[in-house]
Structure formats: structure tokens, C-alpha cells
Write a protein that binds this ligand. Structure first.
Ligand code: PAF
Length: 286
């Protein structure tokens, strides 16, 4: 398959920069889509959105060890490089940057981005070192590629807000764009983790999105938040999930929020069913 791909793969920062410099010399706009591989239709949607925003799309494929806790099994993370390259190629991506760990974290590497703001609470309560790893690798990728625009899925909504804030705070000259979550017909958000759901858990899983959507409609009508959140938590638990969190937050700062008078609201959930942990989020209509 490799020889028929129009997509080019590079493995070093120098080769990435050479190619991008060449395109820039011809006045072309560059979009970056950072991924950890195991590409699915949600990633393809990111690449398609990227194509509409730039002349050249660069995808990065790097399973970033620093965003995994020692308790999370980095070695079990799916690695499907050849299939990923085929998907990126079919989606019109021009370049894949596929560094190894030594290229991203050479011997002596000792710099980590420290975060507060949107990184506080939610995922951080359960994965305390996760966003420092994400922010550090994304900052590196943005500085290495210096794209005009970088696209991230709204599915990982807290990650999107952390990265948006990071780009502003560090004056990175890039537009961070969120792409809406792709869903199965029954509402379940597309995720590489869905394949781990047993048939019974898969049947129960849409309850997560249903509970969030119902709560969002109720908050929109009533403006106060607590009753709708309580109802949604109960619905998710009744459906068989063990809840990590289900909260209403300010849609940009992710500060805790008690009523719609405090600004745009996003509802975010993480819950476990069987052996699988799912996350999802929805906007509360204004
Ligand atoms: O969302 C992901 O796949 C990863 O967290 C990212 C942004 C590629 C950083 O490793």
C-alpha cells in the first residue's frame, strides 16, 4: 500500500520543518492535526475539517508517554501505523510526522508545562499528571511545525480548552480550532475505547449522551443547574455506570458554575461501564 500513497512520512523535526518551509515559500497555509494514531472516523473528520482551512494538512502520530500515568498501560495503547497512514492518505493529508520517543524526548529532557485554569478538576482529579503531558507534547508539536491552524476534537473538551489557553498564554501564533464530536446514530460519541464495550455495555452506553442532552435542555429552560445535574447523575448511575464526574462548567474557563447567568455552560461527564471509561460533553443551548 505504501508505494501508492501520495502522503509522505517523516520522522525527524528537521525533515518536518524542511517540508513545511518549502510549502510556506510557495505561500501555502498549513493545518496540523495532532493524534496518537489508532485513527477512526472522528480523526478523519478532523483531517477533513483541516483540509478546508489550509492548503496542506500535516498529521502527527505519536503515542505520547508523558500523558500516561504509571497505572495506565502505555504498552497496550493500540499501534496501527500502516492503517493510520492509509486513512490519512485517503483523507487528503499531505504529510505524516511520526517521531519516535527519542526524537520527542531526547536524553536530558526535563521541561514540563505546568497548568492551572481549565486543567483544574474534572479529568485532573482522576489523571493528575495527564494534562501536563498533553500540554508539553502539544506545545512541542506546535513549535516544531508552526502551523497556521491546529485542530482538536471537542470530544476531549477539557483538553481542547487547556490547549486553547496554552496557545494564548505562550503567544503561539496558531489558531486552535475545535471540531464537533462525531456520534453513532444512538448518540454514543465515537471513541477508540468503544471497541472494548461488551454487547450489554454497548447497549447501555448511549445513556451517557442522553442524560447530558436532557440536562442541557433542562438547564436552558430553568437557568439553574443543580437539579438538572442531580437528575443526570442519577440517570447515568441507573444505566449501570460508575460515575467519575458529571459537572457543569463555564464553557471556556471550565470554572465551576451554578447558573446560566455566569456565562456559556458545558456539561462534562466521565463514567466507567464494565472495564471501559467513557467521556462525553455537550453545550447548554443559550
Ligand atoms: O488527543 C490526543 O490524541 C492526544 O492527547 C494529543 C492531543 C495528540 C496529544 O498527545
Amino acid at each position: 500500500m505504501t508505494e501508492t500513497r501520495a502522503l509522505r512520512s517523516v520522522h525527524t523535526v528537521a525533515a518536518l520543518r524542511d517540508q513545511i518551509r518549502h510549502w510556506r515559500a510557495h505561500g501555502e497555509r498549513i493545518a496540523l492535526v495532532p493524534t496518537m494514531g489508532a485513527l477512526h472516523s472522528g480523526h478523519v473528520a478532523l483531517m477533513q475539517a483541516a483540509r478546508e482551512k489550509a492548503d496542506r494538512v500535516v498529521v502527527t502520530i505519536f503515542v505520547n508517554p508523558t500523558q500516561f500515568a504509571p497505572t495506565e498501560d502505555l504498552s497496550r495503547y493500540p499501534r496501527t501505523l500502516e492503517a493510520d497512514l492509509d486513512k490519512a492518505d485517503a483523507a487528503g493529508v499531505a504529510l505524516a510526522f511520526v517521531p519516535d520517543v527519542a526524537a520527542m524526548y531526547p536524553a536530558g529532557f526535563c521541561t514540563t508545562i505546568s497548568l492551572t485554569g481549565p486543567a483544574l478538576g474534572l479529568e485532573t482529579d482522576f489523571r493528575p499528571t495527564h494534562f501536563a503531558g498533553v500540554a508539553t507534547v502539544v506545545a512541542k508539536l506546535l513549535i516544531q511545525a508552526l502551523p497556521d491552524v491546529a485542530l482538536f476534537g471537542e470530544k476531549d473538551y477539557q483538553q481542547l480548552q487547556v490547549i486553547s489557553r496554552l496557545a494564548r498564554d505562550l503567544d503561539l501564533p496558531v489558531d486552535i480550532v475545535g471540531v464537533p464530536t462525531l456520534r453513532e446514530p444512538d448518540g454514543l460519541a465515537l471513541s477508540s475505547r468503544n471497541i472494548y464495550l461488551s454487547p450489554a455495555d454497548r447497549a447501555a452506553a448511549p445513556a451517557l449522551h442522553q442524560a447530558l442532552s436532557r440536562a442541557a435542555q433542562r438547564i436552558s429552560r430553568e437557568t439553574v443547574i443543580a437539579p438538572a445535574i442531580d437528575e443526570a447523575r442519577a440517570a447515568v448511575t441507573t444505566a449501570g455506570f460508575a460515575l467519575d464526574y458529571l459537572e457543569a462548567r463555564h464553557a471556556e474557563t471550565l470554572a465551576p458554575i451554578a447558573s446560566t447567568a455566569e456565562g456559556p455552560v458545558r456539561l462534562l461527564v466521565a463514567a466507567r461501564i464494565g472495564t471501559t471509561r467513557l467521556i462525553d460533553n455537550v453545550a447548554v443551548p443559550a
